[in-house]
Ligand binder design. Structure first.
Ligand SMILES: [Zn+2]
Ligand SMILES: [Zn+2]
Length: 121
């Protein structure tokens, strides 16, 4: 059986993570919240159970901004990189651009949420 393990972190390296296990729901999203969170029109996401993600950088856990009733957006308070979404539930969404290696086939987005409006493309 393949052991899945991914490492990544923010632009300055203060926040680092290790995520273990098969990622769930690889997808892209162009909702307004993702756009404002990142400054990009579209984000690539993968999800892991909370207890599969360890924050291992010297900055510890990322800073959080409460973005909705069920989720907070995670970011590095030093460099400002967007890192993911930490839900009230058992799931953490990580942004694929922060991964050191994101070319594995199980990370390829399989669906898209909130298509861009024609005025944005
Ligand atoms: Zn940083
Ligand atoms: Zn979104």
């Amino acid at each position: 059986m393949t052991e899945y393990e991914y490492q990544g972190g923010c632009l300055c390296g203060n926040i680092r993570f290790i995520a273990k296990g098969l990622p769930n729901n690889p997808h892209t999203c162009s909702c307004t919240m993702c756009q404002k969170h990142s400054g990009a029109l579209t984000l690539c996401w993968v999800e892991f159970p909370k207890d599969s993600v360890q924050w291992v950088g010297k900055g510890g856990v990322p800073s959080l901004y409460r973005s909705s009733d069920y989720s907070s957006r995670a970011f590095c308070s030093h460099c400002g990189s967007s890192l993911g979404a930490i839900d009230e539930g058992p799931t953490i969404g990580l942004i694929l651009g922060n991964f050191d290696h994101h070319e594995s086939k199980e990370l390829i987005p399989m669906s898209h949420s909130y298509p861009l409006s024609p005025t944005e493309i």
